[in-house]
Design a protein around this ligand. Structure first.
Ligand code: FES
Length: 165
């Protein structure tokens, strides 16, 4: 990854080429931001500023998109991503309680990262397996028919040094 210089960043060659290729295509901003996140794992502020400059769009527009969509991370993500489904089926079967309990268990804010950078905790829309509600994606793998206890047990092997959070 390129190093941030003051409040702007140098972009990788791959990202620069991508921006160049799509620069004049309408609706390119989201596509470029997706590519940016794919490249770095998140969209750091200096990188977002440089993307705005390269595309010739106001920084406010870039930050507006970044903050509107849950999908984008503005901070480095944790090692493991815990995405708790808040879709209707999961919500009705207690997804909200699981999210709250996880936030307490991991000591992480919703849509934030644990202090040890081990977990990102996110509330997301339907993940497409409503029959398993309430469900969570743990690093891309579905864990379904959850209870608070089952969720805590599932996370135990992922805790740093096997310690309880
Ligand atoms: S509502 Fe949770 S998987 Fe669909």
């Amino acid at each position: 990854m390129s190093v941030a210089v003051e409040n702007r960043a140098e972009l990788s060659q791959e990202l620069s080429d991508f921006i160049e290729a799509w620069r004049d295509t309408p609706g390119n901003l989201i596509m470029v931001l997706h590519k940016t996140q794919e490249e770095y794992g998140y969209v750091a502020e200096p990188v977002a500023r440089e993307v705005a400059r390269r595309l010739g769009v106001p920084e406010a527009q870039v930050f507006g998109v970044l903050t509107f969509y849950n999908y984008f991370n503005l901070e480095p993500p944790g090692k493991y991503r815990v995405a708790v489904c808040m879709g209707t089926a999961c919500y009705l079967k207690g997804g909200g309680g699981i999210l709250e309990d996880l936030s307490e268990y991991l000591n992480a804010p919703v849509n934030g990262v644990t202090e040890d950078m081990q977990f990102s905790l996110q509330a997301v829309r339907c993940i497409g397996c409503c029959g398993l509600a309430p469900a969570v994606l743990l690093d891309g793998e579905v864990v379904g028919k959850l209870t608070k206890e089952k969720m805590r047990d599932t996370l135990k092997p992922y805790l740093k040094d096997g310690q309880e959070a």
